[in-house]
Design a protein around this ligand. Structure first.
Ligand code: ZN
Length: 582
């Protein structure tokens, strides 16, 4: 019994090993190719192919393509392959290499009008007549055929149908001409018969891609028989949509190896369309069209078209009202939902009704919904340990406690919707303002004229600028101005804080800048300041040991340095007796 079971198991194992095919054998594929058009019957043919879900390859004569530009566009847009059959149906073997190139390139230029610059086109030589020098001059993959229907000779729909059906083989390439009405009728009838036999009608490009056979320039192909491999049709790209402020973020993805082409203004797609590289931000109303392609000309997915018409609910804003956190939404009739995390966390989503008493250290994640609108983006507010409300400063960030302390001490004030912009560069006006607030010295200008023409008396920073100038922390520029909105570099930051500490009569440790990897980049006027601040433990380099002197200092970096200096002044480094302190 045991032995029988073992036998059975090993048989099962063997059958598992040997009976499951390594690759899907795949479907029966066939490429029908229409030469010499486009022409008077091509539109009717396209209607018939569309009805049958069949794709084909059109070897166009350049001068006919130039006569029917709208038909070229239609062939391309409906997912067929547009290909090159010379400009005026010349016998290429009778031409010079340059003559062959002229035939090919002038036709490509016409086809590019529909397919976009940068497209690639297979070539079929008129009469199938090639030789080595023609193939080299063509510089593209060439197509011959496995079935010649002689449709141009018989001019009889039934004969054409029979020739196609009788000649059909998996992987075959069938030659017909769409300039004959009888060919349109005969091939559409043949497609119906062959579809019932399980054939799928694909472009030549798609036939070879699905079977993993690369098409090489200068090589002429006759067919692509089944080889055990079928990579399957090109999958349509997937689209995910999420709100981002007052815009929508569209994230597209396609199967491996496929590129995505898209437009957001509803424009049809071709080789010259935008290539997707990163999520798109769009403002409704708009229309996204996207397609995944291994080759836009003949090996691509169906086009995804999505309209975005609904407006987006505005994201909730937050404010502190007598110590409570209040949420608001500008979109009429919107309701606000939120969750809590951190010191106080909530189970699941709650509906906002009235200002909330929150435990300090709690983060609120909120979003708004309104009828007829897409939900807003999620926004996060932190009600901090020191009872500030932040929209862009959160507990996991390195500057959280410095920003919290500086805001609680009143050195720093938030802007609209509790934004403190920690990663923005600090301006000269902002820097002297936080120093002034931390010092709380009143300027003794007393109605004296403002030293700088670009500092209006009404500006919030006019008092701080006067104070900083009188204290020797800052100077004006050669043009006589203060340049209040100019960002402060890290070397300037060091110099201004150095002067601030000297002004506060503290002792600094002597030191130089040799500890920084980029010491040589620090200008001489900043060396003493950077050296003494770092020797006193107030300044540090980044993880690589660089000071990055010319980089703009962020608001968070300035605040962190300010707090270190404030502590340095108050805690231990005052050399003078108490009564002499300023
Ligand atoms: Zn021809």
């Amino acid at each position: 019994m045991k032995r029988t079971l073992a036998c059975f198991l090993s048989l099962l194992l063997l059958s598992t090993l040997f009976c499951v095919p390594a690759q899907a054998v795949g479907e029966k594929l066939i490429a029908i190719t229409y030469d010499d058009g486009p022409g008077a019957h091509t539109a009717r043919l396209l209607d018939g192919l569309k009805e049958r879900g069949a794709h084909a390859t059109f070897f166009m004569v350049g001068q006919s393509a130039a006569r029917y530009p709208d038909l070229v566009i239609r062939v391309y847009q409906e997912g067929h392959q547009v290909a090159n059959h010379s400009y005026n149906h010349s016998q290429l073997t009778s031409l010079s290499a340059q003559g062959v190139r002229n035939q090919i390139q002038s036709t490509n230029a016409v086809l590019d009008q529909a397919c976009g610059a940068g497209s690639t086109y297979m070539v079929r030589a008129p009469y199938g007549s090639t030789n080595a020098s023609v193939r080299q001059a063509v510089g593209a993959p060439l197509a011959f055929w496995s079935v010649d229907t002689l449709d141009w000779k018989t001019r009889n729909a039934t004969s054409v149908k029979n020739a196609v059906v009788n000649g059909a083989k998996d992987g075959g390439i069938i030659l017909v001409h769409d300039i004959h009405s009888t060919t349109v009728d005969g091939t559409l009838a043949a497609i119906d018969v062959l579809k019932d036999q399980g054939y799928q009608f694909v472009t030549i490009q798609e036939l070879f891609r699905r079977r993993g056979v690369p098409l090489e320039n200068g090589v002429q192909y006759t067919s692509c028989p089944p080889n055990g491999m079928d990579l399957g049709p090109v999958q349509v790209p997937s689209v995910t949509v999420e709100p981002a402020g007052d815009k929508l973020r569209l994230t597209l993805s396609a199967q491996e190896g496929a590129a995505i082409y898209y437009s957001t203004d509803g424009a049809p797609l071709n080789q010259a369309s935008a290539r997707y590289t990163e999520p798109l931000l769009v403002t409704p109303p708009c229309t996204l069209r996207a397609v995944a392609a291994f080759n836009m000309n003949g090996s691509r997915s169906e086009v995804v078209a999505q309209e975005f018409t609904m407006p987006i609910t505005q994201a909730p804003t937050a404010s502190l009202q007598e110590g409570q956190v209040a949420l608001d939404c500008q979109t009429p009739g919107a309701s606000i939902s939120y969750t809590l995390a951190g010191a106080q966390s909530s189970d699941g989503t709650q509906s906002y009704t009235a200002p909330m008493d929150l435990t300090p250290g709690t983060t609120v994640t909120a979003w708004a919904s309104a009828n007829g609108c897409l939900d807003s983006a999620q926004v996060q507010y932190t009600y901090s340990q020191l009872k500030n409300l932040f929209s862009d400063v959160h507990p996991q960030q390195w500057f959280y406690s410095s920003m919290d302390r500086a805001a609680a001490a009143g050195y720093l004030q938030g802007g609209q919707n509790c934004a403190f912009q920690p990663n923005e560069g600090i301006t000269r006006a902002q820097l002297v303002t936080i120093l002034y607030r931390a010092t709380a010295e009143l300027p003794d200008g007393n109605g004296a004229p403002l030293p700088f023409p670009d500092v209006p008396a009404s500006a919030y920073y006019s008092g701080p600028v006067i104070w900083a100038w009188e204290a020797g922390l800052v100077q004006g520029y050669a043009d006589g101005g203060f340049h209040p909105d100019q960002p402060v570099s890290r070397q300037e930051l060091a110099l201004i804080f150095y002067r601030y500490l000297l002004h506060s009569d503290v002792l600094l440790s002597k030191g130089d800048v040799s500890g920084f990897q980029d010491a040589g980049a620090i200008p001489s006027w900043a060396v003493q300041a950077v050296g003494e601040l770092s020797a006193s433990g107030l300044l540090q380099g980044d993880a690589q040991g660089n000071f990055s002197p010319a980089t703009t200092a962020s608001r968070a970096q300035a605040v962190q340095l300010l707090l270190r200096c404030v502590d340095y002044i108050t805690v231990e480094h005052l050399p003078m007796p108490q009564e002499l302190r300023r």
